[in-house]
Design a protein around this ligand. Structure first.
Ligand code: ZN
Length: 285
C-alpha cells in the first residue's frame, strides 16, 4: 500500500512551508502528499503551478488529493452556489498542471436552518453532480468527507454513503477519515452498505477516549494512527471486507494535534511516516 502525508499534519510546525513539507515527505519515504488548501494558496502567491509541477516531475513524491474544497453544500442562494463552482474553476487548471486527481469535499457547518437529513442529502447530490460535471473532463474525482462533529451537515458514514450512491458516478466517492468515523458515532456495521471501490481517500489517525459527539471532541484530539481508542482491527477489517482497493488508494496520515505542531517539520514527518508504515503493515498487509 502506498503511503501519503497530509500537509495539514505539520502546517503549524515552526519551520513549515510548502517546500519544507515536500522535501521532508520525500526524504522519509512517502509516495504521495495531500496538499492543504491554505498552504497551496500561500505558495502560489510567490510561485506558479508550473514550478510545483517541475518539482513533482523530478521527485518520487506525487500529489494525491487536495484537502480540501471547503463547505461545498447547503448554499441558500444561486450566488453562493456559484462561488463554489468559481472556486472549483480556479483550482482545476492548477490540478491539471500538477497532476492532482482527487478533491476532498468538506460539507458546510453551523447552518442557520434546521435542515433535515433528506433535505441535506438532496442538496448535496445536486451540488456534487454539478461539481462532477466540471471535474470529469479533467479526470478529477471528488471525495465526499463526512466530518465527525454535530455542527457539520454531513457527519456520519451512512449519510455520506447514501449521497455518494445516489450521485452514482465513478468520479464521486467517499473519504473515510478514522477520526471523523469515530468521533460522531459512525459504526463498523455501516460499511456493509459501502461499495469499497467508492472509497477514494483514506485518512489515518486516531482519537482520544472522549464522549462521542461531545462539543470539545474536535480535531485537536486527534492522535497518531494506532495510538488512540479506535478499534482499528474491527474498522480496517470492515474497510477491507467492503472491497476497498489497497493497491489504488494510498493510506494518508492526517493529524491536527497542537502538540505535534511543536515538532519541527522534519520530526513531524519522520514520526508520521513511522506511524503510517507501522499501521499499514499491521492492518493492511
Ligand atoms: Zn480527513
Amino acid at each position: 500500500m502506498k503511503l501519503c502525508f497530509n500537509q495539514g499534519s505539520c502546517d503549524h510546525c515552526p519551520n513549515h512551508s510548502m517546500m519544507a513539507d515536500l522535501e521532508a515527505a520525500e526524504k522519509y519515504g512517502f509516495d504521495y502528499i495531500d496538499l492543504r488548501f491554505d498552504v497551496l494558496d500561500e505558495y502560489l502567491k510567490d510561485h506558479t503551478a508550473e514550478e510545483l509541477a517541475d518539482w513533482f516531475n523530478t521527485h518520487h513524491l506525487k500529489p494525491s488529493s487536495y484537502s480540501g474544497l471547503l463547505f461545498f453544500n447547503w448554499k441558500r442562494t444561486e450566488e453562493e452556489k456559484q462561488k463554489v463552482f468559481d472556486e472549483l474553476a480556479r483550482l482545476i487548471p492548477i490540478f491539471d498542471t500538477i497532476g492532482l486527481k482527487t478533491i476532498a469535499c468538506i460539507p458546510s457547518c453551523g447552518i442557520e436552518e434546521h435542515a433535515s437529513v433528506s433535505e441535506i442529502k438532496a442538496d448535496a447530490v445536486e451540488m456534487l453532480n454539478k461539481m462532477a460535471d466540471m471535474c470529469e473532463p479533467h479526470g478529477i474525482s471528488l471525495a465526499l468527507e463526512f466530518i465527525g462533529s454535530g455542527n457539520f451537515t454531513i457527519n456520519q458514514l451512512n449519510v455520506a454513503n447514501d449521497i455518494v450512491n445516489t450521485v452514482n458516478r465513478d468520479s464521486v466517492g467517499l473519504a473515510i477519515d478514522v477520526f471523523h468515523f469515530y468521533a460522531n458515532g459512525s459504526r463498523v456495521e455501516d460499511f456493509a452498505k459501502v461499495d469499497g471501490r467508492k472509497i477514494v481517500n483514506l485518512h489515518l489517525n486516531s482519537a482520544e477516549d472522549l464522549p462521542i459527539g461531545a462539543p470539545y471532541f474536535d480535531d485537536s484530539k486527534r492522535l497518531w494512527p494506532g495510538d488512540g481508542c479506535v478499534d482499528d482491527q474491527a474498522l480496517t477489517d470492515a474497510i477491507k471486507a467492503c472491497g476497498f482497493d489497497t493497491e489504488a488508494i494510498p493510506a494518508a496520515i492526517e493529524v491536527f494535534r497542537p502538540e505535534y505542531y511543536e515538532l519541527t517539520v522534519d520530526e513531524n514527518v519522520k514520526t508520521s511516516y513511522e506511524k503510517t508504515k507501522a499501521y499499514v503493515e499491521k492492518y493492511f498487509s
